[in-house]
Design a protein around this ligand. Sequence first.
Ligand code: DAT
Ligand code: MG
Length: 151
Amino acid sequence: EEVEQTYIMIKPDGVQRGLVGEIISKFERKGFKLTGLKLFQCPKELAEEHYKDLQSKPFFPKLIDYITSGPVVCMGWEGVGVVASARKLIGATNPLNAEPGTIRGDLAVQTGRNVVHGSDSPDNGKHEIALWFKEDELCAWAAVQEPWLME
Ligand code: DAT
Ligand code: MG
């Protein structure tokens, strides 16, 4: 059980649909710690870098258009097992396959409008937080609830 970092991003559809508070609440209430938070208009170059592993996919241009189509909410979250746990809270890539109770399962219908991003490994969590945030935009802080969350 390692303390990890993950990069969570509310995509432009989540912002436009007024889902920001509800999505942040899921991670906050679970017990994870927010380390960075900003509303941000993503430039095309950054979107391409973030999704560079998908460069050869036919949907890549549409994915870049979507991610840059309006502001996103960028977040860093920290906690024991946060990477896999956040992926569970988010649900399957295709919202029609996502379980009820998950963000995508409850709030989305199409892969191309699936509301939220979450890093897929602890290494990518660190990498993506460094990609999306400047160092002085991140906070290391002690959460008073910690002894009530963990033995
Ligand atoms: P995830 O976001 O669940 O980690 P991924 O990393 O495989 O999924 O893909 C990143 C995003 O790219 C995904 O959230 C939506 C888009 N995408 C993936 N597969 C797609 C497809 N077959 N058609 C359209 N968009 C797709
Ligand atoms: Mg992914």
